[in-house]
Design a protein around this ligand. Structure first.
Ligand code: ASP
Length: 346
């Protein structure tokens, strides 16, 4: 029996990888996808079928909205049976949000969905876009001896490193090493060979189940970053606003916040209003543990739940997804603390 050729769908959403300098105002603007492919003739050397889908117009990822995630998820669902893997070319600025969101929205995923982009446009001589794109395509098509995808996850490939999407965060606006996965090991490292960290890669419960897509996201979430000098007025505005159902509180260290009575009184007030309050640390690495210090314990007693070692991007996407699934805030609080897609450590 002849082996079927692998196939990958490239979904081009925009971002620096496909931008060039506008001759009039010198800013970077997206250009046509066929021009990107012309810049990477190496893709033609792969013995695989590579098709593409272009968002019209391609966008700077600062313009990404949750409706955009629904569109990407819909394209993956429509083409799921046709391709072995998907590569999403996306701006780096909000890539960690989009990868986190897709990790929750695509249920039953048994194929790779690899986000990548670049710090320099693909047309410039020192671009990082070519290597990122070529390796992302190879990873998206990689299969093991039994014919299953080696990385059946939503992930981010950048600068020789493959990271779980909902564990990654953008750490540099300048270096080629733009992303980091501070609380979870790399899924693969690329050198002469691609070294997969198979123990760290999630496998689906059932390789052959159909993928399902979340059809609704509830975006009534805000993020409050704690800082010395924050006032009761600002904290109350965030925690008790009628427009929000949930607030991510970015706290200090292992989940600490001021011990002042006014702060805890507002947290209790928000809890009594039924708000979902999630504690995520401002630190790049490490976890929230509300049992270590009195401030954390008091917040926990006042109804704040732990975001554990979640990134802020992942906590936000998970809230959108869970709140879209249920109007029951107690259920959302309960499931928020469970590991759904490898986004928090057990
Ligand atoms: N502003 C760009 C974007 O996120 C930056 C990039 O792609 O690196 O779309």
């Amino acid at each position: 029996m002849t082996k079927r050729k692998s196939s990958v769908l490239l979904i081009y959403t925009g971002g620096t990888i496909g931008m060039k300098q506008d001759i009039h105002d010198q800013t970077l603007k997206p250009f046509d996808f066929s021009q990107i492919l012309d810049e990477v003739p190496e893709l033609g050397k792969f013995a695989m079928k590579i098709d593409s889908f272009t968002f019209d117009p391609p966008i700077d990822s600062s313009d990404v909205e949750p409706g955009f995630w629904l569109k990407i998820a819909g394209i993956i669902k429509e083409n799921y049976d046709i391709y072995d893997g998907f590569v999403i070319l996306h701006g780096t600025d909000t890539m960690a949000y989009s990868a986190s969101a897709l990790s929750f929205m695509l249920d039953g995923l048994a194929k790779p969905v690899v986000f990548t982009g670049s710090q320099l446009p693909i047309g410039v001589p020192r671009t990082d876009g070519k290597e990122n794109l070529i390796s992302a395509v190879e990873i998206a098509s990689a299969k093991d001896a039994s014919g299953h995808a080696i990385v059946p996850e939503v992930c981010i490939y950048f600068n020789s490193k493959l990271m779980r999407g909902n564990r990654a965060t953008k750490v540099s606006s300048e270096n080629f090493a733009a992303f980091s996965s501070p609380n979870y090991p790399l899924l693969a490292e690329v050198g002469i060979n691609i070294r997969y960290n198979t123990d760290a890669i999630r496998k689906p419960r059932d390789w052959y189940q159909p993928v399902t897509v979340a059809g609704r996201l509830d975006t009534r979430v805000s993020i409050l970053k704690m800082h010395p000098g924050i006032t009761p007025e600002v904290v109350r505005y965030f925690l008790c606003a009628p427009e929000t159902r949930a607030v991510i509180i970015e706290t200090y260290g292992s989940g600490n916040a001021p011990s002042a009575a006014w702060f805890l009184d507002i947290v209790k007030e928000a809890s009594a209003l039924g708000k979902i309050l999630v504690n995520v640390t401002q630190c790049l690495a490490g976890t929230v543990d509300m049992d270590i210090y009195a401030g954390g314990k008091a917040m926990s007693r006042a109804g704040v739940i732990s975001g554990h070692d979640s990134t802020t991007e992942s906590a936000l996407a998970k809230l959108f997804y869970l709140m879209g699934r249920s109007d029951d805030n107690e259920w959302v609080k309960d499931v928020m603390q469970r590991n759904l897609k490898g986004e928090i450590s057990d």
